[in-house]
Every structure is written in C-alpha cells, then in structure tokens.
Design a protein around this ligand. Structure first.
Ligand code: F6P
Length: 543
C-alpha cells in the first residue's frame, strides 16, 4: 500500500496547507526556545532542525509515520537478516560489518560475524604489510601508490572517506581512485605512477561491471608490459563477492578480499571495499570509522521515534518533499575534506529511493527521493547560492560543519563557521523590502536609486535547513555521519513502502549499451535502431 492513503498522511496535508503561509522568521519570533525544542544530539553529533518549517504539532503528526510504516517491524526484520531486499531475495546486513558486540548476527541461521572478523583480520595484516614495506612489488621496491579501480559503491564510499580523513593519512602511501570508463581517467592517473611501486585494488561486488573490468584489463596490460606476467600477483589484489571471477582474471586467491551478497554496493564502504581507505589512513582509523557507525546503529535500533536522529531526518525529508513540494535538496558541507559527500549521497539516496513501485508493486503516489546536489561551502556560495536565495524555488539544505578544524591554519575556521551559520540564517530570515530600504537609507542611498534597486535587494527567506555540527571530522564521527544518512535512507524506504536496496533502474542502460557495442565496433548490423541512435552511430563510424 502507498503511504499517501493513510490517515496520518491526510492529517499532514492539512498541516502543510497552513504551513505554506507561515514564515520561519515568525516561528522564531514566536518561540525563543526553538533551538532547544528542535535539535537532537547523539555521541557529540548535533542536529539543529529548528530552521525547518515545522511546529511541535507537525513533528508529533509526522512521528505517527513510525507506526504507520511499521518502523519497529522493519528494524527487527533488518536485524534478523530477513530478505528485506525482496526483489533480489537478499538480506541487508551492512550493520554486521561494523558490529562491535559479541551478539551473533544471523543470516540463514548462521552467525556472519566470524567471517566478518576474518576479513577484517586479513585487511589488518595486509595494511600492516604494505605500510611496513614487508609487502613489496615484483622488483623488490616498496609500494608507494595504490590505485582503486571500481565504480558506484565500489568507488564513491572509500573515495569520499579517503578525502574526508585527509588529516589522518599514512604519509608515504598515495591512494588514487579510477572509476570512469573514459580512458582519460586511467591514463591520466597512470602517467603520474611507476609500475614498480604501484598496487591495484580491483573492487567490484559482481566482478562483471563493464567499466571496472575494462579499467582492470588496461591496468593489467600497463603493468605486464613493464614488468611481465609474473608481476601480477605482487601488484593486483581484488575485493569482491565473486571469488571465482577474481581467479579467472588472474588474481591470486590469497590476494582476494571477500564480502557477501547481503552487503549492497552503496552500503559497502564498511566491508573490504574500504580496503583502499584503510590503506590510506591505517587500519586503526578504519576501525574507529566502524565504531562510529556502530554507535549510530545502536541509536537507530533502540531510540523512540521523536528522538531517533535518522528517523527525524527522514521525516523532515518527507515533509519537505511530499508536503511542501521541494523537488531537490542541497547538501552543503562546510568542509573541503567532505567535498565528495554530495556525490556519495547522490548514490546512497537516489539509487536507493529514486523509485515509484512500492513493495506490493503499486505506485508510490507521491514524490520519493528528491534530487540531491551540492558542493563544499564556501565554494558553493560563489556558484549557485544565488538561486537558493532568490531563485524562487523551495530548496531544503543540509549544512554540515565541524566545530574544530581538521587542518588548523590560523584565521580560517572561525570564518568558515561564520559563513556556514550566516547562510542558514539568511535563508531562514530572508530580508524584507522594509529592511532593504532601511539599509539603503542608512547608507544615504538616493531615493531614486532605492526605488530602482529595492526589488533586487529583497530575499524571500523561509528556506528550510538542517545543520549537522560534528565535534571534529575524525574517523569516529565520519562513521557516525555516514551511518546516520544510511539509516535515514532506510527509514524513508519504509515510510514510502519501497525497497531501498535494489537498483533495477540502472540495468536498462547497461542492457542497451551491450546491444550497441557490436554495432559501434562494426561487428553487427545497425538494425532496429531509432533514427537518432542510428544517426549518431553512423556519424562516429564515418570518422
Ligand atoms: O550503479 C549500479 C551498481 O550496481 C551499483 O549499485 C554498484 O555500486 C555499482 O553498480 C558497481 O557494481 P560492482 O561493485 O558490482 O562493480
């Protein structure tokens, strides 16, 4: 059943009607305790959602979705290892990868924790060997560069986290990420490297993904041309659920790191897919990252609706997207190190919840995942913020900032904080015509100029935002932050009654690309093509 049919949904629609004519600045004026009322804290992570267009009454009504969506039931099914990814018949157990207790986590009646610990131990040994120089390349030289070849979930998570934890990097190892099928990505990466001191991590859950297999084959050719076939075993390792395909590719089974089909690609950074991250920041930091996520798991699994951070963020998302009509959401990390977070969240949120069909096959009946976009502040301020301030669209924003800097250069961080808080304040308050006029009069601007400029100086405001304030961007709090978003995505899937763990929408393009490749290569006739596709292929072949 779609959520829109429920009584709670109808009640919320009535609240939304009233809220459309209410301004955030009036809500703040009427209640000096808004911050206390509408903020939550967990393990040092503070979420201030007082600048969202909600009242206590609306939050209570929204919380009704906990029961409506059977959140407690879904959390229990998730934890019990039931095949809640019903279209692929798979369990969803990424939380097991960071589980810290001694309680078993069952999948088909068997505890998965021994195999999780075995792979963590294998990663630990490998990181230590590489960092200490015990693991060397085929010529006996120490490995200095690691190139992760993977795409989607086998790239975005470790790449985002490697940059996020730049302050924790092991000094003598550089980690690079190659994902794009465009040869420019691999070629420009390899020009900086020597085959003698480079290790490739081939990361693919399925080990069949076209982009990764092509990049892996080209990297192998580059290495073998320089050092010969026997060098492959010292310069290639793999991370996959498909160990037979890893062996067929020619990677030594001893150098393969396993994970399992109960780990979705976009939830896999906690598995051996995190190996390049562990190589970049050290295994101890990787483990702190897991511990931070585990703390968020415990919070999500055990906290009642009104205080449950991931669930409350999910409610605000539903409120903005389905009741106030926001078509997109901006992710604005005030952190250069979190520059890749918007891209990571694009896959997490849009691949998970960009769907129409509910669990029973009917239409969701309401917009699901909003379009997610963003950029690190303050860069975004000088690019697209103009549209958020005065473009007339409703764009809820997530501001993310750390209290302490990860790179403490004098004079930077307070200014960064000031900019972050100023933007959310400006978006909330806006500036009335009266205020704009006052400002210009105080600056002795002539009346004729005031009259001409006034329309441009008015800011509507009433733009909702949430600010996530971390104590610092360290492995623990990064783990906590990413797990927060993961559980939010799951909670949204429960509310919309959609399966957040499949991705059928990605398949169709792959299918068609496989059909077009032989035509482009001239091995098949261009039959049954529309005139545009046929024309484009003909133009390429003429070249
Ligand atoms: O984009 C589709 C997808 O299946 C993602 O879900 C996944 O993260 C990515 O492709 C890569 O897949 P693999 O790890 O199997 O190469």
């Amino acid at each position: 059943m779609s959520a829109v049919a429920s009584k709670t949904w109808q009640g919320l629609a009535e609240h939304a009607g009233r809220m459309r004519t209410t301004h955030l600045r009036d809500l703040f004026a009427a209640d000096t305790k808004r911050f206390e009322r509408f903020s939550l804290e967990h393990g040092g992570l503070l979420a201030d959602f007082s600048k969202q267009r909600v009242t206590a009454e609306i939050m209570t009504a929204l919380s009704g979705l906990w029961w409506e969506a059977d959140m407690a039931g879904w959390i229990a099914r998730l934890r019990a290892g039931e095949a809640i990814n019903h279209t692929e018949g798979r369990a969803v157990l990424h939380h097991a990868l960071r589980h810290q207790g001694t309680r078993p986590i069952l999948h088909n009646g068997l505890d998965v924790m021994p195999q999780v610990h075995a792979v963590l131990e294998q990663m630990r040994r490998f990181c230590n060997a590489l960092h200490s120089g015990e693991w060397r390349g085929a010529t006996g030289e120490q490995i200095l560069d690691v190139v992760n070849i993977g795409i989607g979930g086998s790239d975005l998570g470790p790449k985002m986290a490697t940059q996020a934890l730049a302050a924790y990097r092991v000094p003598h190892i550089r980690v690079h990420y190659v994902s794009n099928l465009d040869g420019a990505h691999l070629a420009t990466t390899l020009t900086q490297l020597s085959p003698r001191t480079t290790l490739f991590v081939i990361a693919s859950k399925t080990f069949t993904t076209q982009e990764t297999m092509q990049n892996a084959a080209s990297a192998r050719h580059w290495l073998v041309s320089a050092l010969g076939e026997q060098a492959v075993r010292r310069h290639f390792v793999a991370v996959s659920t498909n160990l037979p395909a890893v062996a067929t590719f020619g990677i030594d089974p001893d150098n393969a790191f396993a994970f399992w089909d109960w780990v979705g690609g976009r939830f896999s950074v906690w598995s051996a897919i995190g190996l390049p991250l562990a190589l970049a920041v050290g295994m101890e930091n990787f483990e702190r990252f897991l511990i931070g996520a585990a703390a968020m798991d415990a919070h999500f699994f055990e906290t009642p609706a009104e205080h449950n951070l991931p669930f409350v963020l999910a409610l605000l998302n539903v409120w903005n997207a389905d009741f106030l009509g926001a078509e997109s959401r901006a992710c604005l990390p005030y952190s250069q190190s979190l520059e890749l977070l918007p891209r990571y969240l694009q896959q997490l949120e849009m691949e998970s919840n960009g769907k129409r069909a509910t669990r029973d096959g009917s239409d969701a009946g309401c917009p699901t995942a909003p379009i997610l976009w963003g950029e690190a502040g303050t860069n975004g301020q000088h690019a697209f913020y103009q549209l958020i301030h005065q473009g007339g669209r409703l764009i809820p924003c997530d501001f993310i900032v750390a209290r302490e800097p990860d790179f403490p250069l004098p004079g930077h961080h307070d200014k960064l904080l000031a900019n972050c808080f100023a933007q959310s304040e400006a978006l909330m308050r806006g500036k009335t015509a009266e205020e704009a006029r006052d400002e210009m009069e105080t600056a002795h601007v002539p009346e004729a100029v005031i009259a001409r400029l006034l329309p441009y100086k008015v800011f509507p405001g009433n733009q909702p935002s949430t600010t996530l304030l971390l104590p610092r961007l360290d492995p623990y709090h990064l783990g906590q932050l990413i797990a927060l978003y993961e559980h939010k995505v799951f909670a949204l899937g429960c509310i919309w009654n959609i399966n957040s763990f499949d991705q059928w929408g990605v398949e169709y393009g792959k299918q068609l690309a496989n059909r077009l490749l032989p035509i482009i290569e001239g091995r098949a006739a261009p039959e049954k093509l529309d005139s545009s596709t046929a024309g484009l292929i003909a133009a390429c072949r003429r070249q």
